[in-house]
Design a protein around this ligand. Structure first.
Ligand code: HEC
Ligand code: HEC
Length: 133
């Protein structure tokens, strides 16, 4: 009988720990806002369907890199028959996503992807324009 307090206390603690994922998720979801990304205004259609790009844009970029650097192929025929120059800076960041900071970077920092190292070598045209005297 003397242990009743300890038993009930332990039971409450146990239930709290057991249901932690449920109420933690509820609390987090209540505050979670998706990132406000700026979509391109120049073009309405991406080089691949947007559902594909959402999940696999990194794969597409890696394939482009592979083809350009290893196979010297620079022409990309898109799903809709349009042709593009396979270039991260020249096509993606110049022709469409001119606002890298508020598109790529905003989403990457939201999901916690450590800013892809690609920009160590590749150029964000806007950044250059800004840093010019
Ligand atoms: C160490 C420097 C370096 C890094 C880091 C780098 N690249 Fe490149 N990349 C190059 C060079 C050099 C070329 C060849 C450029 C050419 O022939 O036009 C290239 C070509 C490419 C191309 C095709 C040509 C073009 O104009 O875009 C793509 C796409 C590409 N890289 C994507 C990436 C991606 C994605 C990352 C990050 C995951 C990345 N690269 C990281 C140096 C780099
Ligand atoms: C709506 C969200 C979102 C947007 C917008 C976005 N990305 Fe990403 N990106 C991701 C996520 C999520 C990952 C990580 C996926 C993984 O780790 O499997 C990623 C990964 C990448 C990678 C691979 C990095 C690595 O180290 O392997 C590259 C390259 C990349 N993104 C380039 C870009 C570029 C360039 C843009 C803008 C033109 C862009 N992304 C816009 C969500 C986004």
């Amino acid at each position: 009988m003397r242990d009743q307090g300890i038993i009930y206390g332990g039971l409450v603690l146990f239930l709290g720990v057991l249901t932690f994922p449920v109420w933690y998720n509820a609390a987090v979801k209540a505050n979670a806002k998706p990132p406000e990304i700026k979509l391109p205004t120049v073009e309405k259609q991406c080089v691949a369907p947007v559902t594909y790009m959402r999940t696999s844009h990194m794969t597409l970029l890696m394939n482009w890199r592979q083809e350009v650097v290893r196979q010297n192929v620079r022409d990309y025929t898109a799903f809709n028959g349009k042709h593009y120059n396979m270039s991260l800076t020249g096509t993606c960041l110049t022709g469409c996503h001119q606002n890298k900071a508020e598109f790529c970077d905003r989403c990457h920092s939201y999901v916690g992807v450590s800013g892809p190292y690609c920009m160590d070598c590749h150029i964000d045209p806007r950044q250059i324009a800004r840093s010019r005297p």
